[in-house]
Design a protein around this ligand. Structure first.
Ligand code: GUN
Length: 282
C-alpha cells in the first residue's frame, strides 16, 4: 500500500485563508485587530526560520505580528520586564517566547510570567492545567494542529487506539490528553519503552514526537494505521522526521510528510490561538 500524504501545508492554508481570515474580518469590524508578539532571543537558525513562517502566516490570516529580537546575552530580568509590558498592553492579544532560550534564562520563570489570557503557545501552568481538566483554554499549538490534521482525514477517534511516542510537555503529553478527550484509548511510549513494537502493533493512529531521526520504521506500523510525524531534523543537509518516511509510507494508510506536515499546522494553530485570545476580549 502507498500511504495518502496528509499535507499540513494545504490544511493550514485552507484554515488560514478561510476560517481565520473571516474571523479577523469580523473582529476588525469591532475595531479589534488581533496582534501577536514573538520574543526571539539569540540567532539560532532554526528559531529564525520558524519565526519567519509565523510572520508569513499572520499576514495570510490578516493579523498583526511583531518580533522583539534580543541578543543571546540579554538578562532574564530584561525578558521578564518586556513580558510584563506586553501583559499590560491592551493592543497585544498574544505573546510567545521562541524556545530554546540561552541556559542563563529560566524557561519556567519566563513562561510563568506570561498572562495566561495572552499565552497563545498554551505553555503556562494555568492553560496546561485547564487542558488537563478539559476546560476551555488556549491549547498548545503542535497538539492542536495534529488534531486538526487528523480531523481533515475524517478520522473519528472514538474508541480507536492511539499510540503516542514521546512524552514532552509541549507535544506528547498534551496530544495524549486531546486524544483521550475524543474517547481514544491512548498508550504513551517514549525512548525507553520496552517492547515498543508490541505497543504499536494495534494502533489505529501513531503520533511520533520523540526527537530521534527515523526512530520508527515501516515494519513497526500495523495495517490501516495513520502516522503523524512531529520530528524535524537536518541530517547532512536533508530534512527528515522521527519516522522513516520511505518505509513507513509503504505501510501506513496515511502519513504526514516532513517538511510540510505538522510544522505548518503548528504555526496555523498559533495564529488561531491569537485570534481566539482577541475574540475573548471583544
Ligand atoms: N520552539 C520549537 N517549537 C516551539 C513552539 O511550539 N513554541 C515556542 N515558543 N517555541 C518553540
Amino acid at each position: 500500500m502507498t500511504a495518502k500524504i496528509i499535507s499540513g501545508r494545504e490544511v493550514a492554508e485552507n484554515i488560514l485563508t478561510t476560517n481565520l481570515k473571516n474571523k479577523v474580518i469580523e473582529l476588525n469590524k469591532k475595531n479589534i485587530n488581533p496582534k501577536l508578539i514573538v520574543i526571539l532571543v539569540g540567532d539560532m537558525k532554526a528559531s529564525a526560520s520558524y519565526v519567519a513562517q509565523k510572520e508569513k502566516f499572520a499576514v495570510k490570516a490578516g493579523i498583526e505580528s511583531d518580533i522583539l529580537r534580543f541578543e543571546s546575552t540579554v538578562t532574564e530580568e530584561q525578558i521578564l520586564q518586556e513580558i510584563n509590558k506586553i501583559n499590560n498592553d491592551n493592543s497585544i492579544h498574544g505573546v510567545i517566547v521562541q524556545l530554546p532560550l540561552p541556559d542563563h534564562i529560566s524557561v519556567a520563570k519566563v513562561l510563568n510570567s506570561i498572562d495566561p489570557s495572552k499565552d497563545v503557545d498554551g505553555f503556562t501552568p494555568t492553560n496546561v492545567g485547564k487542558l488537563f481538566l478539559g476546560e476551555d483554554t488556549l491549547v498548545s499549538c503542535t497538539p492542536k494542529g495534529i488534531m486538526q490534521m487528523l480531523d481533515s482525514t475524517g478520522t473519528d477517534l472514538n474508541g480507536k487506539n492511539v499510540t503516542v511516542v514521546g512524552r514532552s510537555n509541549i507535544v506528547g503529553k498534551p496530544a495524549a490528553i486531546l486524544c483521550l478527550q475524543q474517547n481514544a484509548t491512548v498508550t504513551m511510549c517514549h525512548s525507553r519503552t520496552k517492547d515498543l513494537d508490541a505497543k504499536l502493533s494495534d494502533a489505529d493512529v501513531i503520533i511520533v514526537a520523540v526527537g530521534i531521526p527515523k526512530f520508527i520504521h515501516g515494519d513497526q506500523i500495523p495495517e490501516n494505521c495513520i502516522v503523524i510525524d512531529v520530528g524535524i531534523h537536518n541530517i547532512e543537509g536533508k530534512l527528515c522526521g522521527d519516522v522513516d518516511f520511505e518505509s513507513a509510507s509503504k505501510k501506513a494508510t496515511a502519513i504526514t510528510p516532513v517538511p510540510g506536515g505538522v510544522g505548518p499546522m503548528t504555526v496555523c494553530a498559533l495564529i488561531e490561538n491569537t485570534i481566539i485570545a482577541a475574540e475573548r476580549i471583544g
